[in-house]
Structure formats: structure tokens, C-alpha cells
Write a protein that binds this ligand. Structure first.
Ligand code: DC
Length: 227
């Protein structure tokens, strides 16, 4: 029997992580942030002075220092690269600027896709990212494509930056998000796009709670149709 898998995709700042995390908690599923895994690879490249463009060196680094996840006593998932806990180092502007280039390499994606599928075969999950419904979990129980206006996404990201001790102007954050969306949507391998059977939700002006409830209704409906 296959257990429940929920795929949440969408552009940067659409509220995916917050919504996915809350949803996982309410449904008792494991939350997996695949963006954080790509960020961990970008962190590794930057830390070792390897160019984000140099895919073969990056894959070599990944094999030497594999990414793995550990659950804390509080139930949070922490990300490790080899023997480093990098969980709190993944949201810096440096990592954000390098991650799109790193995630465009087919070999890097194939390593992480394998890891993500392995994890979802072991646990019921809510997984968020860009290609979860299209590539990683094409048979997910429920697929959601979450969007929001660029302005709202920039405001949310700016708030996150400020919370982690960085400051930047909303316009600059918006420009960086737009650039990353463009790179993520136009890459050849697993570009950001809604799966054909994804439920599209625009979170502009909606609270986290509203979006979570909307998805929970979709999950209930899907499960009742299947019975
Ligand atoms: O969700 P995020 O902003 O933390 O994601 C960081 C980057 O990782 C994003 O610019 C694109 C890439 N990514 C991806 O290519 N595929 C995924 N499944 C998740 C993230």
C-alpha cells in the first residue's frame, strides 16, 4: 500500500514552506523542504570555493559529503552536509544567489531526486519544491501549485531576511525573486511549472491558516473519492 504524499510546488516566496510545515503538523506527516536540500548543495559549493556552474566538481563534493536529514527531539528536521549541521546557514543572500545555478544541473538534480523519493517511500510526507508534482512524486496523493503576486512574495521574503539578521529593500528582494523565478522556470531539466493535475491556489491576501484549510479540504475530498 502506498502512503499519503502531498506535493506543494510554486515560486520563491509563495508561502510553500510555511504552509507545508503547518499542514504536515496538522496531518501528522513528515515535512520535507527540498529547496533546503538544493540550498545545502549551494552551501557546500560556496564553502569549498567551487563555482556554482561546475557541475562535475559539485557532484564529487556531494558524494564525499552526503546530505542527510536528522529529526530533533522537538520533531524538527535538520539538514546535514557531511558532519556539518547547516540548517541555520541556508537562507543567506550568498546561498540564495548561488542556488538557482546549482539546481539547474541534471546530475545534481538526479542525486537529490533519488534521496527525496527514498525518503517519501519511508514516511508519509508533505514535500515542497519546484518539481515535486511533475518529477519527484508524479503519483502524489494531492498536488498543489501555490502562487502569490510578486509584490507579496517580496514582502514575505524581506521579512524572513530581517528575521535572520539581514536587511534589504523590498525592490531589491523583488528583483532577485523575479530573476530566480525566471531561471527556475526556464531551465531545461525539471523547470518550475504546475503539474497537469495540480490544484492551483493563489495565496495573495490569504492567511497561512486559510491556505492550510483549503488544502486540507482538497485532501479530504481526494481521500473520500478514492474510497
Ligand atoms: O524554495 P527555496 O527558495 O528554498 O528553493 C531554493 C532553490 O532551489 C530554488 O531557487 C530552486 C531550487 N529548487 C529546485 O530546483 N527544485 C526543488 N524541488 C526545490 C528547490
Amino acid at each position: 500500500m502506498h502512503h499519503m504524499t502531498i506535493a506543494i510546488d510554486g515560486p520563491a516566496g509563495s508561502g510553500k514552506s510555511t504552509v507545508a510545515q503547518e499542514l504536515a503538523e496538522r496531518l501528522g506527516l513528515l515535512y520535507l523542504d527540498t529547496g533546503a536540500m538544493y540550498r545545502a548543495v549551494a552551501w557546500l559549493a560556496l564553502q569549498r570555493g567551487v563555482s556554482p556552474q561546475d557541475s562535475s566538481s559539485i557532484v564529487q563534493l556531494m558524494r564525499k559529503s552526503p546530505i542527510h536529514l536528522e529529526r530533533t527531539e522537538q520533531g524538527n528536521v535538520e539538514i546535514w552536509v557531511g558532519s556539518n549541521n547547516v540548517t541555520r546557514e541556508l537562507r543567506t543572500p550568498e546561498v540564495s544567489n548561488a542556488v538557482s545555478a546549482v539546481s539547474a544541473h541534471p546530475d545534481v538534480r538526479s542525486e537529490l531526486t533519488t534521496l527525496q523519493r527514498e525518503l517519501s517511500s519511508q514516511h508519509p510526507v508533505v514535500m515542497d519544491g519546484r518539481d515535486i508534482g511533475t518529477v519527484v512524486l508524479p503519483h502524489a496523493t494531492v498536488k498543489v501549485f501555490l502562487t502569490a503576486s510578486l509584490e507579496e512574495r517580496a514582502k514575505r521574503r524581506r521579512r524572513e531576511f530581517i528575521e535572520s539578521g539581514f536587511s534589504s529593500a523590498t525592490e531589491q528582494v523583488a528583483a532577485e525573486l523575479a530573476k530566480r523565478d525566471e531561471q527556475d522556470s526556464s531551465r531545461t531539466v525539471a523547470p518550475l511549472k504546475p503539474a497537469q493535475d495540480a490544484h492551483r491556489i493563489d495565496s495573495t491576501g490569504k492567511s497561512v491558516d486559510e491556505v492550510v484549510l483549503e488544502i486540507m479540504t482538497i485532501v479530504e475530498q481526494t481521500l473520500s473519492w478514492r474510497q
